[in-house]
Design a protein around this ligand. Structure first.
Ligand SMILES: [Zn+2]
Length: 155
């Protein structure tokens, strides 16, 4: 049993494209040819799982591995933001969806990303209301989450 757990841990890596946790890089979502060019940006791999369950995301993802939080000393350089900018420049997605949590660090991260991405000429959107304020995205129920994503607004 313990050996099996170690084995799984050894195989888990980050996808070189979207930084989701995976066993193969690029991951199955990144190599899925049926997906649109849109990029849905999330804070953590668990958020990706929650959004993927709603089926509302037609594109691919980008996992930041955190949110900007000056109080906790987490600056943009600690997140996968540079990689996101490079991806947007290279992939020219139809849309970038900023699906951060609706709390202070999530909002700070979304507005930072918006300022960074808008000059690149890409459509940037944010899921509409419907998510519990201050709540973690991963805990929102599927229907609420799916609806918030469908009714997203362009920034
Ligand atoms: Zn990937």
């Amino acid at each position: 049993m313990a050996e099996a757990i170690i084995e799984v841990k050894d195989r888990i890596i980050l996808c070189a494209r979207c930084f989701n946790i995976t066993e193969v890089s690029p991951c199955a979502i990144c190599t899925d040819p049926t997906r649109s060019s849109a990029i849905c940006v999330v804070e953590e791999p668990l958020d990706l799982i929650a959004l993927e369950r709603t089926g509302a995301v037609r594109g691919r993802y980008h996992v930041l591995h955190g949110a900007v939080s000056p109080i906790e000393g987490i600056g943009p350089e600690k997140l996968r933001i540079q990689e996101l900018v490079q991806r947007v420049e290279k992939e020219q997605p139809d849309e970038v969806i900023l699906a951060m949590n609706l709390d202070m660090p999530g909002e700070a991260t979304a507005s930072y990303l918006h300022r960074l991405l808008a000059p690149l000429g890409v459509n940037v959107s944010r899921p509409a209301s419907g998510l519990p304020a201050g709540g973690d995205l991963e805990y929102a129920d599927e229907i609420t989450l799916g609806r918030a994503l469908q009714n997203r607004r362009t920034l």
